[in-house]
Design a protein around this ligand. Structure first.
Ligand SMILES: Nc1ncnc2c1ncn2[C@@H]1O[C@H](COP(=O)(O)OP(=O)(O)OP(=O)(O)O)[C@@H](O)[C@H]1O
Ligand SMILES: [Mg+2]
Length: 499
Protein backbone atom coordinates (compact mmCIF):
# COMPACT_ATOMS: atom_id res chain seq x y z
CA UNK A 1 0.00 0.00 0.00
CA UNK A 2 1.57 3.29 -1.10
CA UNK A 3 1.37 6.10 1.44
CA UNK A 4 2.06 9.82 1.01
CA UNK A 5 2.41 12.82 3.30
CA UNK A 6 0.18 15.84 2.70
CA UNK A 7 0.99 19.21 4.27
CA UNK A 8 -2.38 20.92 3.90
CA UNK A 9 -1.26 24.46 4.70
CA UNK A 10 -3.07 27.74 5.23
CA UNK A 11 -1.10 29.39 2.43
CA UNK A 12 0.50 26.50 0.53
CA UNK A 13 0.03 22.76 0.30
CA UNK A 14 2.56 20.07 -0.54
CA UNK A 15 2.65 16.33 -1.22
CA UNK A 16 5.72 14.15 -0.66
CA UNK A 17 6.41 10.43 -1.06
CA UNK A 18 9.26 8.76 0.90
CA UNK A 19 10.54 5.35 -0.20
CA UNK A 20 12.72 4.72 2.87
CA UNK A 21 15.75 6.45 1.38
CA UNK A 22 14.74 9.49 -0.66
CA UNK A 23 11.94 12.02 -0.77
CA UNK A 24 10.00 12.60 -3.94
CA UNK A 25 8.05 15.85 -4.20
CA UNK A 26 4.88 15.66 -6.23
CA UNK A 27 4.38 18.46 -8.75
CA UNK A 28 1.03 20.07 -7.98
CA UNK A 29 0.87 23.39 -9.77
CA UNK A 30 1.51 23.12 -13.52
CA UNK A 31 1.56 26.91 -13.93
CA UNK A 32 4.66 27.28 -11.75
CA UNK A 33 8.13 26.21 -12.81
CA UNK A 34 8.86 25.01 -9.27
CA UNK A 35 5.39 23.54 -8.87
CA UNK A 36 6.07 21.39 -5.80
CA UNK A 37 3.84 23.55 -3.67
CA UNK A 38 0.47 24.91 -4.56
CA UNK A 39 -1.41 27.95 -3.26
CA UNK A 40 -4.17 26.63 -0.97
CA UNK A 41 -6.82 29.12 -2.22
CA UNK A 42 -9.72 27.68 -4.19
CA UNK A 43 -11.88 29.56 -6.69
CA UNK A 44 -15.35 28.09 -7.23
CA UNK A 45 -17.12 29.61 -10.20
CA UNK A 46 -19.73 29.38 -12.92
CA UNK A 47 -18.17 29.27 -16.36
CA UNK A 48 -21.20 30.40 -18.34
CA UNK A 49 -22.85 33.76 -17.94
CA UNK A 50 -25.53 33.72 -15.30
CA UNK A 51 -28.84 34.64 -16.99
CA UNK A 52 -29.50 38.39 -16.81
CA UNK A 53 -32.19 39.28 -14.28
CA UNK A 54 -35.78 39.84 -15.56
CA UNK A 55 -36.91 43.44 -16.36
CA UNK A 56 -39.27 43.61 -13.39
CA UNK A 57 -36.40 42.79 -11.02
CA UNK A 58 -34.21 45.45 -12.66
CA UNK A 59 -36.96 48.07 -12.34
CA UNK A 60 -37.51 47.20 -8.67
CA UNK A 61 -33.78 47.54 -8.06
CA UNK A 62 -33.67 50.89 -9.89
CA UNK A 63 -36.47 52.17 -7.62
CA UNK A 64 -34.55 50.95 -4.59
CA UNK A 65 -31.38 52.73 -5.77
CA UNK A 66 -33.40 55.92 -6.33
CA UNK A 67 -34.82 55.68 -2.82
CA UNK A 68 -31.31 55.37 -1.43
CA UNK A 69 -30.17 58.41 -3.47
CA UNK A 70 -33.17 60.35 -2.14
CA UNK A 71 -32.13 59.52 1.41
CA UNK A 72 -28.63 60.79 0.63
CA UNK A 73 -30.12 63.99 -0.87
CA UNK A 74 -32.19 64.55 2.29
CA UNK A 75 -29.08 64.10 4.45
CA UNK A 76 -27.08 66.48 2.25
CA UNK A 77 -29.93 69.04 2.43
CA UNK A 78 -29.83 68.82 6.21
CA UNK A 79 -26.05 69.33 6.04
CA UNK A 80 -26.66 72.41 3.84
CA UNK A 81 -29.08 73.94 6.37
CA UNK A 82 -26.77 73.15 9.31
CA UNK A 83 -23.60 74.36 7.55
CA UNK A 84 -21.47 76.81 9.50
CA UNK A 85 -20.09 78.82 6.57
CA UNK A 86 -20.73 79.42 2.86
CA UNK A 87 -17.80 77.14 1.89
CA UNK A 88 -19.37 74.18 3.64
CA UNK A 89 -22.76 75.15 2.21
CA UNK A 90 -21.36 75.11 -1.29
CA UNK A 91 -19.87 71.65 -0.71
CA UNK A 92 -23.31 70.35 0.21
CA UNK A 93 -25.03 72.06 -2.68
CA UNK A 94 -22.52 70.48 -5.11
CA UNK A 95 -23.19 67.11 -3.55
CA UNK A 96 -26.99 67.61 -3.91
CA UNK A 97 -26.56 68.53 -7.56
CA UNK A 98 -24.43 65.47 -8.29
CA UNK A 99 -26.88 63.18 -6.48
CA UNK A 100 -29.77 64.65 -8.48
CA UNK A 101 -27.80 63.92 -11.65
CA UNK A 102 -27.39 60.29 -10.53
CA UNK A 103 -31.11 60.07 -9.69
CA UNK A 104 -32.18 61.06 -13.22
CA UNK A 105 -29.53 59.08 -15.14
CA UNK A 106 -31.73 56.03 -15.91
CA UNK A 107 -29.32 54.15 -18.21
CA UNK A 108 -26.58 54.35 -15.53
CA UNK A 109 -29.03 53.28 -12.82
CA UNK A 110 -30.17 50.31 -14.90
CA UNK A 111 -26.58 49.24 -15.52
CA UNK A 112 -25.82 49.50 -11.80
CA UNK A 113 -29.02 47.59 -10.97
CA UNK A 114 -28.13 44.72 -13.34
CA UNK A 115 -24.57 44.64 -12.03
CA UNK A 116 -25.72 44.50 -8.41
CA UNK A 117 -28.31 41.82 -9.12
CA UNK A 118 -25.70 39.69 -10.89
CA UNK A 119 -23.32 40.14 -7.96
CA UNK A 120 -26.08 39.17 -5.58
CA UNK A 121 -26.91 36.09 -7.61
CA UNK A 122 -23.37 34.82 -7.81
CA UNK A 123 -22.12 35.79 -4.39
CA UNK A 124 -24.59 36.68 -1.71
CA UNK A 125 -27.67 34.73 -2.73
CA UNK A 126 -26.02 31.47 -3.62
CA UNK A 127 -25.10 29.60 -0.44
CA UNK A 128 -21.59 28.15 -0.32
CA UNK A 129 -22.87 24.56 -0.38
CA UNK A 130 -24.82 25.16 -3.61
CA UNK A 131 -21.78 26.71 -5.17
CA UNK A 132 -19.65 23.72 -4.12
CA UNK A 133 -22.21 21.25 -5.51
CA UNK A 134 -22.78 23.03 -8.84
CA UNK A 135 -19.74 25.19 -9.50
CA UNK A 136 -16.44 24.47 -11.19
CA UNK A 137 -13.20 24.40 -9.19
CA UNK A 138 -9.89 26.05 -10.03
CA UNK A 139 -6.84 25.47 -7.84
CA UNK A 140 -3.46 27.14 -7.33
CA UNK A 141 -2.21 30.01 -9.47
CA UNK A 142 -4.71 29.23 -12.20
CA UNK A 143 -7.57 29.60 -9.72
CA UNK A 144 -6.23 32.85 -8.28
CA UNK A 145 -5.69 34.33 -11.76
CA UNK A 146 -9.20 33.32 -12.78
CA UNK A 147 -10.55 35.00 -9.64
CA UNK A 148 -8.64 38.21 -10.49
CA UNK A 149 -10.06 38.14 -14.02
CA UNK A 150 -13.67 37.43 -13.06
CA UNK A 151 -14.32 37.93 -9.34
CA UNK A 152 -18.07 38.32 -10.04
CA UNK A 153 -18.39 34.82 -11.42
CA UNK A 154 -17.69 32.92 -8.24
CA UNK A 155 -16.19 32.89 -4.80
CA UNK A 156 -12.58 32.70 -3.70
CA UNK A 157 -11.94 30.75 -0.52
CA UNK A 158 -8.64 32.41 0.36
CA UNK A 159 -7.66 29.68 2.78
CA UNK A 160 -10.04 26.77 3.51
CA UNK A 161 -7.87 25.56 6.42
CA UNK A 162 -8.64 28.76 8.32
CA UNK A 163 -12.31 27.83 8.57
CA UNK A 164 -11.97 24.25 9.81
CA UNK A 165 -12.05 25.01 13.52
CA UNK A 166 -14.52 27.92 13.24
CA UNK A 167 -18.18 27.81 14.21
CA UNK A 168 -19.89 26.30 11.14
CA UNK A 169 -23.48 25.16 10.58
CA UNK A 170 -24.28 21.77 8.99
CA UNK A 171 -24.36 23.04 5.40
CA UNK A 172 -21.15 25.02 5.83
CA UNK A 173 -19.42 21.91 7.19
CA UNK A 174 -20.63 19.93 4.17
CA UNK A 175 -19.39 22.72 1.89
CA UNK A 176 -15.88 22.62 3.39
CA UNK A 177 -15.78 18.82 3.25
CA UNK A 178 -16.69 19.15 -0.44
CA UNK A 179 -14.02 21.79 -1.14
CA UNK A 180 -11.22 19.95 0.65
CA UNK A 181 -12.22 16.56 -0.82
CA UNK A 182 -11.80 18.11 -4.30
CA UNK A 183 -8.34 19.43 -3.38
CA UNK A 184 -7.20 16.14 -1.79
CA UNK A 185 -8.55 14.11 -4.73
CA UNK A 186 -6.53 16.34 -7.06
CA UNK A 187 -3.38 15.83 -4.93
CA UNK A 188 -3.96 12.06 -4.91
CA UNK A 189 -4.39 11.96 -8.65
CA UNK A 190 -1.16 13.98 -9.17
CA UNK A 191 0.70 11.53 -6.88
CA UNK A 192 -0.70 8.44 -8.63
CA UNK A 193 0.18 9.76 -12.10
CA UNK A 194 3.71 10.75 -11.11
CA UNK A 195 4.48 7.68 -8.97
CA UNK A 196 2.74 5.39 -11.49
CA UNK A 197 0.95 3.43 -8.78
CA UNK A 198 -2.22 3.68 -6.71
CA UNK A 199 -1.99 5.65 -3.46
CA UNK A 200 -4.46 4.80 -0.71
CA UNK A 201 -2.84 5.82 2.56
CA UNK A 202 -2.04 9.32 3.80
CA UNK A 203 -0.55 11.15 6.77
CA UNK A 204 -1.90 14.70 6.94
CA UNK A 205 -0.25 17.45 8.98
CA UNK A 206 -2.26 19.30 11.58
CA UNK A 207 -1.60 22.41 13.67
CA UNK A 208 -1.59 22.05 17.44
CA UNK A 209 -4.67 24.34 17.56
CA UNK A 210 -6.83 24.98 14.52
CA UNK A 211 -8.82 27.85 15.98
CA UNK A 212 -8.09 30.84 18.19
CA UNK A 213 -10.86 30.45 20.75
CA UNK A 214 -12.63 27.12 20.19
CA UNK A 215 -9.96 24.86 21.69
CA UNK A 216 -10.67 21.13 21.54
CA UNK A 217 -14.16 21.66 20.04
CA UNK A 218 -12.53 23.42 17.08
CA UNK A 219 -9.81 20.76 16.80
CA UNK A 220 -12.31 17.88 16.85
CA UNK A 221 -14.45 19.50 14.17
CA UNK A 222 -11.40 20.26 12.00
CA UNK A 223 -10.15 16.67 12.19
CA UNK A 224 -13.66 15.37 11.40
CA UNK A 225 -13.88 17.59 8.31
CA UNK A 226 -10.39 16.62 7.14
CA UNK A 227 -11.04 12.89 7.74
CA UNK A 228 -14.31 12.92 5.85
CA UNK A 229 -12.79 14.94 3.01
CA UNK A 230 -9.80 12.55 2.74
CA UNK A 231 -12.13 9.56 2.75
CA UNK A 232 -14.34 11.14 0.03
CA UNK A 233 -11.16 11.80 -1.94
CA UNK A 234 -10.52 8.04 -1.97
CA UNK A 235 -7.98 7.51 0.83
CA UNK A 236 -8.71 4.39 2.86
CA UNK A 237 -6.11 4.87 5.59
CA UNK A 238 -5.94 8.36 7.08
CA UNK A 239 -3.66 9.53 9.89
CA UNK A 240 -2.68 12.90 11.31
CA UNK A 241 0.56 14.19 12.79
CA UNK A 242 1.32 17.50 14.52
CA UNK A 243 3.14 19.72 12.03
CA UNK A 244 6.16 20.61 14.23
CA UNK A 245 6.65 16.93 15.14
CA UNK A 246 6.70 16.09 11.42
CA UNK A 247 9.38 18.74 10.85
CA UNK A 248 11.35 17.18 13.74
CA UNK A 249 11.23 13.72 12.08
CA UNK A 250 12.75 15.22 8.96
CA UNK A 251 15.76 16.72 10.78
CA UNK A 252 16.13 13.60 12.90
CA UNK A 253 17.47 11.88 9.80
CA UNK A 254 20.43 14.24 9.70
CA UNK A 255 21.42 13.95 13.39
CA UNK A 256 24.45 11.82 14.35
CA UNK A 257 23.36 11.26 17.99
CA UNK A 258 20.44 11.64 20.42
CA UNK A 259 19.54 15.34 20.61
CA UNK A 260 16.82 17.40 22.32
CA UNK A 261 15.49 19.86 19.75
CA UNK A 262 13.18 22.84 19.76
CA UNK A 263 11.20 23.10 16.51
CA UNK A 264 9.36 26.32 15.71
CA UNK A 265 7.10 26.26 12.61
CA UNK A 266 5.74 29.70 11.67
CA UNK A 267 3.41 29.30 8.71
CA UNK A 268 0.69 31.32 7.03
CA UNK A 269 -2.02 30.54 9.59
CA UNK A 270 -0.47 29.20 12.79
CA UNK A 271 2.71 28.98 14.82
CA UNK A 272 3.37 25.46 16.12
CA UNK A 273 6.21 24.53 18.42
CA UNK A 274 7.53 21.35 19.99
CA UNK A 275 10.41 20.29 22.16
CA UNK A 276 11.35 16.70 21.36
CA UNK A 277 14.03 14.07 22.00
CA UNK A 278 15.32 13.00 18.61
CA UNK A 279 17.22 9.77 18.17
CA UNK A 280 18.75 8.10 15.12
CA UNK A 281 17.99 4.72 16.77
CA UNK A 282 14.30 5.33 17.33
CA UNK A 283 13.60 7.13 14.08
CA UNK A 284 11.73 4.23 12.53
CA UNK A 285 9.35 3.72 15.46
CA UNK A 286 5.77 4.63 14.67
CA UNK A 287 4.71 5.97 18.05
CA UNK A 288 7.06 8.51 19.60
CA UNK A 289 4.78 9.97 22.27
CA UNK A 290 7.35 9.41 25.01
CA UNK A 291 9.90 11.51 23.09
CA UNK A 292 7.67 14.57 22.80
CA UNK A 293 8.50 16.80 25.78
CA UNK A 294 6.11 19.67 25.08
CA UNK A 295 3.93 21.10 22.32
CA UNK A 296 2.36 24.57 21.97
CA UNK A 297 0.50 26.20 19.13
CA UNK A 298 -1.60 29.22 18.37
CA UNK A 299 -3.37 30.87 15.53
CA UNK A 300 -0.53 33.28 14.80
CA UNK A 301 0.63 33.19 11.23
CA UNK A 302 1.80 35.15 8.23
CA UNK A 303 -1.73 36.17 7.33
CA UNK A 304 -2.01 38.14 10.58
CA UNK A 305 1.23 39.90 9.63
CA UNK A 306 -0.19 40.76 6.19
CA UNK A 307 -3.26 42.29 7.80
CA UNK A 308 -1.22 44.25 10.37
CA UNK A 309 1.01 45.64 7.62
CA UNK A 310 -2.04 46.52 5.54
CA UNK A 311 -3.58 48.41 8.46
CA UNK A 312 -0.30 50.15 9.19
CA UNK A 313 0.69 51.34 5.72
CA UNK A 314 -2.14 50.93 3.20
CA UNK A 315 -5.27 51.75 5.24
CA UNK A 316 -4.03 55.28 6.15
CA UNK A 317 -3.83 55.96 2.39
CA UNK A 318 -7.48 54.93 2.18
CA UNK A 319 -8.70 57.35 4.83
CA UNK A 320 -8.03 55.48 8.06
CA UNK A 321 -7.31 57.98 10.83
CA UNK A 322 -9.07 60.87 9.08
CA UNK A 323 -11.78 62.76 10.91
CA UNK A 324 -15.32 63.38 9.74
CA UNK A 325 -16.76 66.91 9.74
CA UNK A 326 -18.28 66.25 13.19
CA UNK A 327 -14.79 65.58 14.58
CA UNK A 328 -15.24 61.83 15.02
CA UNK A 329 -12.77 59.47 13.31
CA UNK A 330 -13.78 57.39 10.30
CA UNK A 331 -14.81 54.05 11.82
CA UNK A 332 -11.62 51.92 11.99
CA UNK A 333 -13.82 48.81 11.57
CA UNK A 334 -14.13 49.71 7.85
CA UNK A 335 -10.52 48.63 7.48
CA UNK A 336 -10.57 45.49 9.61
CA UNK A 337 -13.73 44.42 7.71
CA UNK A 338 -11.93 45.09 4.42
CA UNK A 339 -9.20 42.57 5.37
CA UNK A 340 -11.58 39.86 6.66
CA UNK A 341 -10.66 37.36 3.94
CA UNK A 342 -10.82 34.52 6.48
CA UNK A 343 -14.23 35.46 7.87
CA UNK A 344 -17.06 34.75 5.42
CA UNK A 345 -19.86 36.60 7.30
CA UNK A 346 -17.70 39.71 7.86
CA UNK A 347 -16.53 39.78 4.25
CA UNK A 348 -20.07 39.23 2.91
CA UNK A 349 -21.25 42.13 5.06
CA UNK A 350 -18.39 44.30 3.81
CA UNK A 351 -19.31 43.56 0.18
CA UNK A 352 -23.03 44.31 0.71
CA UNK A 353 -24.78 47.30 -0.90
CA UNK A 354 -25.63 48.71 2.52
CA UNK A 355 -21.96 48.78 3.51
CA UNK A 356 -21.11 50.58 0.25
CA UNK A 357 -23.84 53.08 0.97
CA UNK A 358 -22.49 53.69 4.45
CA UNK A 359 -19.00 54.39 3.09
CA UNK A 360 -20.53 56.77 0.49
CA UNK A 361 -22.38 58.59 3.23
CA UNK A 362 -19.22 58.86 5.31
CA UNK A 363 -17.46 60.23 2.22
CA UNK A 364 -19.98 63.05 2.04
CA UNK A 365 -19.07 64.18 5.57
CA UNK A 366 -15.28 63.86 5.22
CA UNK A 367 -12.82 66.56 4.27
CA UNK A 368 -10.77 64.29 1.99
CA UNK A 369 -13.25 61.97 0.30
CA UNK A 370 -10.63 61.02 -2.36
CA UNK A 371 -8.82 58.75 0.09
CA UNK A 372 -12.01 57.11 1.29
CA UNK A 373 -13.03 56.59 -2.31
CA UNK A 374 -10.19 54.07 -2.59
CA UNK A 375 -11.84 52.05 0.15
CA UNK A 376 -15.15 52.32 -1.68
CA UNK A 377 -13.49 51.01 -4.86
CA UNK A 378 -12.14 47.99 -2.94
CA UNK A 379 -15.64 47.45 -1.51
CA UNK A 380 -17.54 47.85 -4.80
CA UNK A 381 -15.14 45.74 -6.85
CA UNK A 382 -14.65 43.10 -4.15
CA UNK A 383 -10.88 43.59 -4.12
CA UNK A 384 -10.16 42.51 -0.51
CA UNK A 385 -8.34 39.26 -1.35
CA UNK A 386 -6.33 41.06 -4.02
CA UNK A 387 -5.19 43.77 -1.61
CA UNK A 388 -4.27 41.27 1.14
CA UNK A 389 -2.35 39.25 -1.46
CA UNK A 390 -0.46 42.36 -2.66
CA UNK A 391 0.55 43.19 0.91
CA UNK A 392 1.67 39.57 1.42
CA UNK A 393 4.01 39.93 -1.57
CA UNK A 394 5.29 43.23 -0.18
CA UNK A 395 6.05 41.55 3.16
CA UNK A 396 7.95 38.76 1.37
CA UNK A 397 10.00 41.26 -0.69
CA UNK A 398 10.94 43.10 2.50
CA UNK A 399 12.84 39.97 3.60
CA UNK A 400 15.50 40.86 1.02
CA UNK A 401 15.05 44.63 0.51
CA UNK A 402 15.11 47.64 2.86
CA UNK A 403 12.21 49.39 1.19
CA UNK A 404 9.81 48.79 -1.64
CA UNK A 405 7.07 50.56 -3.56
CA UNK A 406 3.85 48.59 -3.70
CA UNK A 407 1.79 49.42 -6.79
CA UNK A 408 -1.97 49.28 -6.20
CA UNK A 409 -2.97 50.52 -9.67
CA UNK A 410 -5.94 48.17 -9.82
CA UNK A 411 -7.51 50.45 -7.17
CA UNK A 412 -6.48 53.78 -8.69
CA UNK A 413 -4.00 54.84 -11.39
CA UNK A 414 -0.71 55.94 -9.79
CA UNK A 415 -1.70 54.63 -6.35
CA UNK A 416 1.67 53.50 -4.93
CA UNK A 417 2.54 52.85 -1.31
CA UNK A 418 6.11 53.05 -0.01
CA UNK A 419 6.94 50.48 2.66
CA UNK A 420 10.17 50.05 4.62
CA UNK A 421 11.45 47.24 6.83
CA UNK A 422 10.98 49.66 9.74
CA UNK A 423 7.26 49.85 8.90
CA UNK A 424 7.10 46.07 8.80
CA UNK A 425 9.02 45.77 12.05
CA UNK A 426 6.66 48.08 13.84
CA UNK A 427 3.56 46.39 12.31
CA UNK A 428 4.84 43.00 13.51
CA UNK A 429 5.75 44.02 17.05
CA UNK A 430 2.59 42.88 18.89
CA UNK A 431 2.43 39.69 16.81
CA UNK A 432 6.09 38.88 17.50
CA UNK A 433 5.68 39.23 21.23
CA UNK A 434 2.89 36.62 21.09
CA UNK A 435 5.13 34.27 19.07
CA UNK A 436 7.91 34.72 21.64
CA UNK A 437 5.48 34.03 24.49
CA UNK A 438 4.49 30.78 22.77
CA UNK A 439 8.15 29.73 22.49
CA UNK A 440 8.67 30.52 26.19
CA UNK A 441 5.54 28.49 27.08
CA UNK A 442 6.88 25.48 25.16
CA UNK A 443 10.30 25.76 26.84
CA UNK A 444 8.69 26.02 30.28
CA UNK A 445 6.49 22.99 29.69
CA UNK A 446 9.42 20.85 28.60
CA UNK A 447 11.23 18.72 31.19
CA UNK A 448 14.56 19.18 29.38
CA UNK A 449 16.19 22.19 27.77
CA UNK A 450 16.80 21.98 24.00
CA UNK A 451 20.33 21.53 22.69
CA UNK A 452 19.50 22.81 19.19
CA UNK A 453 16.75 24.81 17.54
CA UNK A 454 15.19 24.78 14.11
CA UNK A 455 12.87 27.55 12.90
CA UNK A 456 10.86 26.56 9.84
CA UNK A 457 7.74 27.59 7.87
CA UNK A 458 7.56 30.39 5.30
CA UNK A 459 7.73 33.15 7.91
CA UNK A 460 11.18 31.89 8.99
CA UNK A 461 12.47 33.60 5.83
CA UNK A 462 11.89 36.99 7.44
CA UNK A 463 15.07 38.36 9.07
CA UNK A 464 12.90 40.42 11.43
CA UNK A 465 11.45 37.24 12.91
CA UNK A 466 14.71 35.33 13.03
CA UNK A 467 16.51 38.26 14.68
CA UNK A 468 13.76 38.67 17.27
CA UNK A 469 13.87 34.97 18.17
CA UNK A 470 17.65 34.60 18.24
CA UNK A 471 18.78 37.90 19.63
CA UNK A 472 16.23 38.17 22.37
CA UNK A 473 15.21 34.64 23.24
CA UNK A 474 17.25 31.72 21.95
CA UNK A 475 20.63 33.43 22.22
CA UNK A 476 23.53 31.04 21.77
CA UNK A 477 21.43 27.97 20.98
CA UNK A 478 22.87 26.20 17.90
CA UNK A 479 20.56 26.56 14.95
CA UNK A 480 19.93 23.71 12.54
CA UNK A 481 19.92 24.37 8.82
CA UNK A 482 16.40 24.30 7.59
CA UNK A 483 14.30 24.30 4.49
CA UNK A 484 11.48 26.77 5.19
CA UNK A 485 8.87 25.07 3.06
CA UNK A 486 9.65 21.36 2.87
CA UNK A 487 10.53 20.09 6.36
CA UNK A 488 6.95 19.48 7.53
CA UNK A 489 5.85 17.59 4.45
CA UNK A 490 9.04 15.52 4.21
CA UNK A 491 8.50 14.52 7.86
CA UNK A 492 4.89 13.57 7.13
CA UNK A 493 6.12 11.38 4.28
CA UNK A 494 8.59 9.67 6.66
CA UNK A 495 5.70 8.93 9.03
CA UNK A 496 3.57 7.67 6.10
CA UNK A 497 6.36 5.26 5.13
CA UNK A 498 6.24 3.69 8.61
CA UNK A 499 2.62 2.57 8.12
N1 LIG B 1 10.53 35.29 1.71
C1 LIG B 1 9.59 35.39 2.65
N2 LIG B 1 9.68 36.30 3.65
C2 LIG B 1 8.74 36.42 4.59
N3 LIG B 1 7.63 35.65 4.64
C3 LIG B 1 7.48 34.72 3.69
C4 LIG B 1 8.44 34.53 2.65
N4 LIG B 1 8.00 33.51 1.85
C5 LIG B 1 6.83 33.12 2.35
N5 LIG B 1 6.50 33.83 3.45
C6 LIG B 1 5.28 33.74 4.27
O1 LIG B 1 5.17 32.46 4.84
C7 LIG B 1 3.79 32.14 4.99
C8 LIG B 1 3.52 30.79 4.40
O2 LIG B 1 4.32 29.86 5.03
P1 LIG B 1 4.03 28.30 4.90
O3 LIG B 1 3.99 27.90 3.48
O4 LIG B 1 5.00 27.63 5.81
O5 LIG B 1 2.56 28.28 5.54
P2 LIG B 1 1.50 27.11 5.52
O6 LIG B 1 2.18 25.83 5.76
O7 LIG B 1 0.68 27.23 4.30
O8 LIG B 1 0.58 27.56 6.75
P3 LIG B 1 0.25 26.81 8.13
O9 LIG B 1 1.34 25.85 8.40
O10 LIG B 1 0.20 27.92 9.12
O11 LIG B 1 -1.07 26.21 7.89
C9 LIG B 1 2.99 33.22 4.27
O12 LIG B 1 2.46 34.14 5.20
C10 LIG B 1 4.03 33.86 3.41
O13 LIG B 1 3.74 35.22 3.11
MG1 LIG C 1 2.74 24.80 7.46
Amino acid sequence: MTAIGIDYGTSNSEVVYFDGATHRHIKLDPSLEQGNKIRSSVFIYFEDELPPPPDAMVEAKVSQLQRLINEQIDKAKQGYYDAKDPKEQSRYSNRIESLRGEYHNRPALQRKAIQQLMHAMSLEEIPLLRLVEHGKFAFGEEGFKRFLKMPDKGRLIYSPKNFLGASLDGDQKKAFIGIIAKQLAYFKQCAETQLEKPVSSVVIGRPVKFHGTRGEVGNTQAIQIMTEAASNAGFSKINFLDEPIAAAYKIEQTLPRDTTALIVDIGGGTTDICCINLSPERNNQLDRKQDVLSVTGRRLGGMDCDKSLLLKVVAPEMGMGLKMINGLPIPPTYYSDMCAVDNIPALTRFFSDDYGLEISQTMSVTKHPEQLERLLLVQENKLSARVVNSVRMAKELLSSKDKITLPLHYIEDDFDVNISTEDLKSALKPWLSKVKALVVECLEKSSAAPEVVMVTGGMSLSPIIIDALYEELLTGLPRLENDAFNSVCEGLAIQAFKF
